[in-house]
Design a protein around this ligand. Structure first.
Ligand code: AMP
Ligand code: ZN
Length: 467
């Protein structure tokens, strides 16, 4: 079934067709984290959305190259490095490692390439040199190199492909040096920032003098290096449309003279309890904050995957409790199917995967996709209760679930989700029972209960379930 997606470039839902002549290979670039702090739940919405896009394409048989950069040098990072008196690599390394751990905890497939900006300086410089050679970039009196919007437009290119911008309000010659700025200040933006004392040790030599790259040119250079001058998909949160993505298009198309990206996908933002997240409002959560409250990565993933990517999502702790209940329904059904199937395997039954893929093909209609899953759970539960399912039928139902879960990635509550401390207690209880020390075994059962876990003895061994 043809996959349709909303392309910000054309402001419409369009059929997605890979550029690859064979129709299989897809190049996908998602702007990665700025590693100056732990990623928050809003950031995670965007990265889980990117994972959904990738998994949907893979489900449809595409061979995806997923690239996610690590922004490890930009204004905010330099400020923090200065404040904390660390080195750039020491500072960013800690947050990069935490980011990759969280990505795993959320069940996201690891991107095939994760280029760091600091390791792409040669490509960044080469791209700036191309822009200078084409007369689109210039070195200003402050020593920094800027992108000239007027020269770019003069070459017949269009600035403002993603957003409607009022270029008449732009005053010729105005420049902006910082990485982040508002639409009101459309201006020539910095490609290479000349070294200043505040940068400390963070600088590289270049033909334009010592300095460091601007944030926007980093993504142009890294995406072109990984995926070529023209590629299929570029993703990010909606806040990146301007200036980041608009500037990426301008730099890339200005340097290569070719269309940069065919499809731009933007995920809407996440609010917490109806408000913009902020540390001062006390509604700012990292994934770690939520894990410390006893939620799991799959519960957070499930919740983030319940809303359509183009709708603002209101994240609440109540919603996370709801995610726990919803996943428990799936776990219970899948657990029963596993038991009934025993060791039998079968090809997936067709109903669920067909309904599920039709829903996703419709601009990732995730509500309809979950609707198909829960309808299937109800039907399977009914058949199980009526004893009208045999082992091959259970195996076929299970295979269908596994197929759709290759996209959802919520799996089934498994050992991996059981903390080591809980598994150790359960093993101790089994040993106590074996040694006929029932007092100790009961005490461990109570201790597990107090920690939120129920232990059940089944003919196949023990089963641990969350309360
Ligand atoms: P950053 O690390 O700040 O560069 O952001 C990483 C990604 O998170 C970008 O794609 C942003 O657009 C996205 N993002 C930032 N805040 C939110 C939010 N509240 N909701 C959804 N995505 C967000
Ligand atoms: Zn980017």
């Amino acid at each position: 079934m043809a996959l349709k997606l909303f392309n910000t470039l054309t402001r419409s839902v369009q059929e997605f067709k890979p550029l690859d002549a064979g129709g299989k290979k897809v190049g996908m670039y998602c702007c990665g984290p700025t590693v100056y702090d732990f990623a928050h739940i809003g950031n995670w919405r965007t990265f889980v959305f990117a994972d959904l896009v990738r998994r949907t394409l893979e489900f449809s048989g595409n061979d995806v190259t997923h690239v996610m950069n690590i922004t490890d040098v930009e204004d905010k990072i330099i400020k923090r490095v200065r404040e904390t008196q660390t080195t750039l690599r020491e500072f960013t390394g800690k947050f990069e490692a935490a980011f990759l751990d969280d990505l795993k905890a959320l069940g996201c497939r690891e991107p095939h390439q994760k280029p760091r900006a600091t390791e792409s300086i040669a490509e960044i410089i080469a791209l700036i040199e191309k822009l200078i050679a084409r007369g689109i970039a210039y070195q200003a009196n402050d020593g920094s190199v800027y992108f000239s919007i007027a020269k770019y437009q003069g070459c017949g290119c269009h600035y403002g492909q993603l957003l409607k911008l009022n270029l008449d309000e732009m005053r010729a010659g105005e420049r902006v040096a910082s990485d982040e700025y508002e639409k009101e200040s459309i201006a020539d933006f910095a490609l290479w920032k000349a070294r200043v004392p505040d940068d400390g040790d963070v600088f590289w030599p270049s033909p334009f003098g010592a300095g460091r790259p601007g944030w926007h040119i980093e993504c142009s250079a890294m995406s072109i290096k990984a995926l070529g001058e023209t590629f299929d998909l570029h993703l990010g949160g909606e806040d990146l449309k301007f200036p980041h993505h608009e500037d990426e298009i301008a730099q890339s198309e200005g340097a290569t003279g070719k269309p940069f990206v065919k499809f731009w996908l933007h995920g809407a933002h996440l609010l917490v309890e109806g408000r913009k997240m902020s540390k001062s409002l006390g509604n700012f959560f990292t994934l770690r904050d939520l894990l410390a409250k006893g939620f799991t990565g799959r519960e957070v993933r499930y919740l983030l995957l319940t809303a359509h990517y183009r709708e603002t999502f209101n994240f609440t702790l109540d919603g996370l409790h709801g995610a726990k209940t919803a996943l428990a329904r799936i776990d219970e059904c899948v657990g029963k199917l596993r038991e009934l199937a025993g060791g039998v395997t079968a090809a997936p039954e067709s109903g669920l995967p067909e309904q599920f893929s039709a829903a996703l093909a419709d601009d990732l209609n995730i509500s309809a996709a979950w609707g198909a899953v829960f309808k299937w759970v109800s039907a399977a539960n009914k058949r199980l209760a009526e004893n009208s399912m045999n082992a091959p039928a259970a195996a076929a139902a299970l295979a269908a679930w596994e197929k759709v879960d290759s996209v959802l990635g919520v799996g089934v509550n498994s050992e991996a989700e059981i903390p080591a401390e809980i598994s150790a207690l359960a093993a101790e209880r089994t040993a106590a029972k074996k040694a006929k020390d029932f007092k100790r075994a009961d005490a461990i059962r109570d201790e597990l209960k107090a920690k939120g876990w129920v232990i059940e003895d089944t003919p196949k061994g023990i089963k641990l379930k969350k309360n």
